[in-house]
Structure formats: structure tokens, C-alpha cells
Design a protein around this ligand. Structure first.
Ligand SMILES: [Zn+2]
Length: 264
């Protein structure tokens, strides 16, 4: 009798399966999303107040975002790394370009000498602002964050990263102009929606021609999910529950964004 009940239950569940699959959000604009967990391998990124390096935080967040996107949407998701591997900045955007991705999101954690600095920040390419931001970029590079040349790989091959950008390289081509409008929309949506879901402060969208964004042929942003240098936020970022909430916010933003892009 109990076995029959179990059989009935199983068949009901199986019957419900296609419907569950069908109820996934159909992505109309962001069909292929590349998630780029910042740093990895020999490039650890910034240390947190807990002593944990950035590379160990960006990966689980990206994996949680991937899991949710697969569960909730029909988007194809590609990660630039799934392990603690060394991946060059150019290699990351090249992967997105070759995949013909619709969006590239590089996930990072921020760090500041000001212990009070906290909250979200999103960077995207803005050719108009590129020259104004050039000084800021140089300062950022010198601080050794995103645009720093990565250390040689295991085989001892020279780092493939180019030397710091020159002003000529900052002047971007027509493809960049087209992607830029969408990158700005992406940046705004990520900031607003994550802020709503996670209740974390957000700072103004900053525009800078980071090396990791420069060669992307699709809308591309660097999302800084919080400050590792902040006593409270630094600790929170290492909490898997908090990482999951950040992933919830990112995925909610991407679903909203897809609707906006599909119905401009
Ligand atoms: Zn970083």
C-alpha cells in the first residue's frame, strides 16, 4: 500500500517536471552570460580583514550566480575559471568574445586604505569619460588591482598582459561605443537591484577603461561586491550565506535587465 502511494507520488512529481523546466525565465537578450571570478591561482587579489584573499571569495559567488541562472533561466552560462586557476586578463575577455557572449561580468572585491569604505561599485567602459578618468585609472593600476600585469604562469612563460595603457589605447573603437550604452544600463541595474536585495550601500557607477573590459566585444562590467578592507563587510563577504544573497541580487538584476534590453 505504502509502495503504491510512493509510486503515485513519484509519477506526480515526474509529471510536474516539464512544467518546472518550462517555468524558467526565457532570456531574450542575455542568452549567453560570461561570469568572470576575479583573480585566481598565482594572482590572489586583495587580502580581506580575515586574511582570506579575494580569489577565494569571487569564485564561490560566481558559482552561486551560475547555479541560480541555470535554475531560474534558460541562459547559457560560462565561467572563465571554475577552480583556483591562473587565467590572464586577456584570456578572460577572449573567451567571452569567442563564445559570442551577450554580457561579461567580472566579479571582484574592493579594498581601500580608508577603513570606512564599504558597499558596491560597478565599473564600465565609458569612452567619453576615458580621458577624464585616465588619472584615476593610473592610480588604480598602481594600487595593483584589476589592471595589474599578472605573474607568469606555471610554465614560466612571460605574463601575456600588455604594459599599462597609453592614452591612445584608451580611445576606443566604434564597437566599444555601441557596447557602452548597454554597459551603463547593466551597471545601473546591478547596483540598484543588489542594493535592494542585500541592503548594502552603493556608490556611484564609476567609469574606467580597465584592461579586463577593454577588449570585450559585448557589454562588460567589473562588479565590486564589497570592501575586503572594511572590518564588518570584509567578514561578511567570507560568509557563504552572504555570498548567496549577493548571488540572489545579481541574478535578480540580470533577469530585470534582460526584460529592459528586450523591450527598450
Ligand atoms: Zn580584484
Amino acid at each position: 500500500m505504502r509502495f503504491t502511494l510512493l509510486l503515485v507520488l513519484v509519477s506526480v512529481l515526474v509529471a510536474a517536471l516539464p512544467e518546472a523546466a518550462f517555468s524558467k525565465t526565457r532570456m531574450r537578450s542575455l542568452k549567453h552570460i560570461v561570469l568572470d571570478p576575479g583573480h585566481g591561482g598565482t594572482n590572489p587579489g586583495a587580502p580581506s580583514v580575515t586574511g582570506l584573499f579575494e580569489k577565494y571569495l569571487t569564485l564561490p559567488i560566481a558559482l552561486e550566480v551560475e547555479r541560480r541562472l541555470r535554475e531560474q533561466t534558460d541562459a547559457t552560462v560560462t565561467l572563465t575559471r571554475r577552480t583556483d586557476a591562473t587565467v590572464g586578463l586577456r584570456e578572460r575577455t577572449r573567451l567571452a568574445n569567442q563564445a559570442g557572449a551577450d554580457l561579461f561580468i567580472s566579479i571582484h572585491c574592493n579594498s581601500s586604505e580608508n577603513p570606512e569604505a564599504n558597499g558596491l561599485e560597478v565599473y564600465f567602459l565609458d569612452p567619453d569619460a576615458a580621458i577624464n578618468e585616465f588619472d584615476h585609472l593610473i592610480a588604480h593600476e598602481e594600487r595593483g588591482e584589476l589592471a595589474q600585469p599578472e605573474v607568469p604562469n606555471k610554465a614560466g612563460a612571460p605574463a601575456e598582459e600588455a604594459p599599462p595603457l597609453t592614452i591612445e589605447q584608451v580611445l576606443l573603437d566604434a564597437t566599444m561605443y555601441k557596447s557602452h550604452e548597454r554597459s551603463e544600463l547593466v551597471a545601473g541595474e546591478l547596483l540598484d537591484t543588489i542594493h535592494r536585495v542585500v541592503k548594502v550601500p552603493r556608490r556611484k557607477v564609476r567609469q574606467a577603461p580597465f584592461a579586463v573590459l577593454k577588449e570585450a566585444e559585448m557589454p562588460a562590467v567589473v562588479l565590486e561586491v564589497g570592501y575586503l578592507s572594511h572590518a564588518e563587510e570584509g567578514r561578511r563577504l567570507a560568509d557563504p550565506k552572504y555570498q548567496e544573497r549577493l548571488a540572489d541580487g545579481i541574478v535578480a538584476a540580470l533577469i530585470r535587465l534582460d526584460k529592459k534590453l528586450a523591450n527598450p
